[in-house]
Design a protein around this ligand. Sequence first.
Ligand SMILES: Cc1cc2nc3c(=O)[nH]c(=O)nc-3n(C[C@H](O)[C@H](O)[C@H](O)COP(=O)(O)OP(=O)(O)OC[C@H]3O[C@@H](n4cnc5c(N)ncnc54)[C@H](O)[C@@H]3O)c2cc1C
Length: 342
Amino acid sequence: MKILENVDLSAYSTMRLGGKARYLSEASSDQELLRLVEWAKSKKQPFIVIGQGSNIVWRDEGFEGLVIVNKILGRKVLGEDSSGATIRLGAGENWDEVVAWTIEHDWGGLELLSKIPGTVGAAPIQNIGAYGQELSLVLVEAEALDTKTMAFGAVVNDACNFGYRTSRFKTTDKGRYAITAVTLKLNKDQPKPPFYESLEEYFKDNGITSYTRQVVRDAVAAIRSAKLPDPSAVNNNGSFFINPVVGKELADKIASRYPDIVSWPTDDGQVKLSAGWLIEQAGFKDIHDPATGMATWKGSALVMVNERASKTADLLAFKKKIVDKVNAMFGVNLQQEPELLP
Ligand SMILES: Cc1cc2nc3c(=O)[nH]c(=O)nc-3n(C[C@H](O)[C@H](O)[C@H](O)COP(=O)(O)OP(=O)(O)OC[C@H]3O[C@@H](n4cnc5c(N)ncnc54)[C@H](O)[C@@H]3O)c2cc1C
């Protein structure tokens, strides 16, 4: 268990910005994780568990404490029958490699979540989702070290308080549970229509009428790569803003001025607006800002890209330009999706 000092955090965020961590270490087992948290507590240092940093923006001030990088691996089939399989995965496993592995075994439930960057352990934090599927639909339980009681235990699905891109791990119990493993229940059903709109379009355009899990995975990969930059080559955190939910009155007001508004009604009578559409209308699609070195992606205005920014302050300055313009035009306040830490 080696604890490094003054580590550059830009290597631990796919936006590749940020200051230094006072301490940083990797946990490859439950016991290592426990010892690291005990060490941080004994030194009265704050600590945080991270995966691959694909949903993190580090501040320039860095992290005055211990960053624990989760590297706990392991894939185990707990049971399999004609209806499906129950699998247990170490939290440090790469999410998309696991998705590919489940498809090789012809287990269903994860194919729509193909190509989401990051680790298995981070998946419950914001209840990762895409194309109408989300983790909460297949998760049985998340095993975790409760850093308050210092006991290992399982948080069952119903107790995770999952919602749209959220869970108790991101809200009421933020920072409390260090997730060590998850158990998923997968099925053996064949994928069948109706699919999410963009997938239906893709299948139609490509004359695809037979839907295996691999066909669905390939389609998701193709749609995503046309829209989203690969974080291993382009510095980004995926969608940078959450789709804002506004009252019907404001949505109607915007729609009267912009009839092509992209929006969806919510169950509680409000309206969810497409953040990408708002940003595009504000003139920020494929914009390269010389003052900050930041840009928005050509395939999606929702994605902010660090082209040559050297500080998180540059990112925040560029973000402010977008947020202010959208606010001035529409009266809508955009919220950031990736976590700004600490
Ligand atoms: C190009 C791109 C596309 C993306 N597309 C999607 C998408 O379609 N859908 C979607 O939902 N997300 C998407 N994301 C966001 C991101 O992939 C997910 O949030 C992912 O789950 C983050 O995994 P990570 O390992 O990188 O977590 P990190 O960024 O390292 O951490 C994210 C948060 O989880 C916490 N955390 C991480 N691991 C643990 C653990 N073991 N225990 C406790 N807390 C932990 C961290 O403290 C932090 O708060 C995208 C990101 C990118 C860059």
